[in-house]
Design a protein around this ligand. Structure first.
Ligand code: NAD
Length: 297
């Protein structure tokens, strides 16, 4: 089925995702508070709208890719928001990483107006957003999911319906625990190896084919050795996610001893002025503790 697609939130992730939707042949209407981001999409063939409401009036599928719960709530339910312009039967796909509570609440409100909703957060970061190979985890009704599958495959490679509304963002919380604790574990290992004086590149080559090998190792070790901490997935975004993880876990009675330590590491990095750096910067927390830098031999 052909769709007219709207895209709101053209940041690190939203910009390449929307460019890929144009490449896949979708006609796209876009909105962002950042004019520069809008202009680069218009140059690529998108139409600029003046508000989320206008995006919704011009589209039957409206995608949001915004920082956090409060932005998504404002853009969908606020004045001149998506819901004011959305037609009956339109589908809102929120691809931001927000709390399951807010996601379910939004779905309930929009469905009362005859508008459908899916939560569809992503994993893979900026590189996979650019390549169009994101992992997309979806929550919502199966027929709604089936009707927009072609839109998802314009941005991602692995697209999975996890369950009902809220299940996509819940899977994303689990994903964020695994990714960030992986980076923390890798950081402890790298700092140990650096202080012990072994060649980090050789160690990386030696272990990457074994059980310690991972997508995190392959993505982050080269960045750390290049001392490249440009986000990517920023400390700010991941601090937000792990805060959401802890809140959600405590609400449903799940203690998370490792994630709670991770949250404190993120707060420490924030105080240290690294809030906008990539989450690979977790290594710099450990470097400070051990007074050593992880670098090429
Ligand atoms: P970003 O800060 O780069 O982009 C957010 C965009 O939203 C900006 O362009 C901003 O101007 C726009 N925006 C904010 N409020 C707005 C409003 N009221 N109306 C219109 N536009 C508004 O963030 P990002 O890194 O692209 O992340 C977006 C979402 O994707 C977040 O929920 C994040 O957790 C998730 N995510 C990010 C990554 C990553 O590696 N960066 C990976 C997976 C998931």
């Amino acid at each position: 089925m052909e769709h007219t697609v709207g895209f709101i939130g053209l940041g690190i992730m939203g910009k390449p995702m929307s460019l890929n939707l144009i490449k896949a042949g979708n006609s796209l209407t876009v909105f962002d508070l950042n004019e520069e981001a809008v202009n680069s999409l218009v140059e690529a063939g998108a139409v600029a709208a003046n508000s989320p409401k206008e995006v919704a009036e011009r589209s039957d599928v409206i995608i949001t890719m915004l920082p956090a719960s409060k932005h998504v709530k404002e853009v969908i339910l606020g004045e001149n928001g998506v819901l004011e312009g959305a037609k009956k039967g339109s589908i809102i796909i929120d691809m931001s990483s927000i709390t399951p509570d807010v996601s379910r609440e939004l779905a309930t409100v929009v469905m009362k107006k005859g508008v459908e909703m899916l939560d569809a957060p992503v994993s893979g970061g900026e590189p996979k957003a650019i390549d169009g190979t994101l992992a997309i985890m979806v929550g919502g009704k199966e027929p709604v999911f089936e009707s927009v599958k072609s839109v998802f495959y314009g941005m991602g490679k692995e697209v999975t319906l996890v369950g009902d509304n809220g299940c996509g963002v819940t899977a994303k919380l689990a994903n964020q625990i695994i990714v960030n604790l992986n980076i923390a574990a890798m950081s402890e290992a790298l700092v140990l190896a650096a202080k012990a004086g072994i060649d980090i590149e050789k160690m990386y080559q030696a272990i990457r084919g074994g059980l310690a090998g991972s997508a995190v190792l392959d993505a982050k070790v080269p960045m750390i050795l290049d001392r490249n901490f440009i986000a990517g997935g920023s400390i700010a975004i991941n601090l937000k996610d792990i805060t959401n993880v802890m809140e959600t876990a405590h609400e449903i009675g799940v203690p998370l001893p490792l994630s709670s330590q991770l949250l404190e590491i993120f707060h420490s990095l924030k105080v240290d002025g690294k809030i906008n750096d990539d989450h690979g910067s977790i290594v710099r927390y450990y470097e400070k503790l051990a007074n050593v830098e992880v670098k090429r031999g």
